[in-house]
Design a protein around this ligand. Structure first.
Ligand SMILES: *[C@@H]1O[C@H](CO)[C@@H](O)[C@H](O)[C@H]1NC(C)=O
Length: 122
């Protein structure tokens, strides 16, 4: 029996870029569009469409997010259930939520990160 952390780690390392999302989540849509616009084809997990262990995965994701950005854990971005997504992994490593992705995009560190992970070639 694998724990939820291992499950998330396995899912997150399945592609150069992996997005944990919930269908209908606006900020998830924003992140997906940004990545697609940059030419990245991320693996997207719509958590609400998984058949089991969704609550466990969300708990793991919020915990991981909380360890990188205290603001994401405080519920500042909305309801407690929605705050865990989107979560973006690059090269199997946690990048962060929408704010982290956006700030990396704005300061120019996102594209080099994606290239390093093999998500972009040009
Ligand atoms: C860009 O912003 C991110 C997120 O705040 C930060 O982690 C990263 O170190 C910054 N990179 C540069 C080159 O400024």
């Amino acid at each position: 029996m694998r724990g939820p952390y291992e499950r998330v780690a396995r899912m997150a390392s399945g592609n150069a870029v992996v997005v944990f999302s919930v269908s209908g989540c606006c900020m998830c849509h924003v992140v997906k569009r940004l990545l697609l616009g940059l030419g990245v084809g991320p693996t997207v997990y719509e958590l609400d469409q998984l058949d089991r262990g969704v609550a466990d995965i969300q708990a793991v994701l919020s915990h991981l997010l909380a360890s990188t950005s205290p603001a994401a854990a405080s519920g500042a971005s909305g309801s407690a259930t929605a705050s865990a997504v989107p979560v973006v992994f690059v090269g199997g490593k946690l990048l962060g939520g929408v704010e982290k992705v956006m700030s990396c995009h704005i300061n120019g560190s996102l594209v080099p990160l994606l290239k390093q992970a093999g998500a972009l070639w040009l």
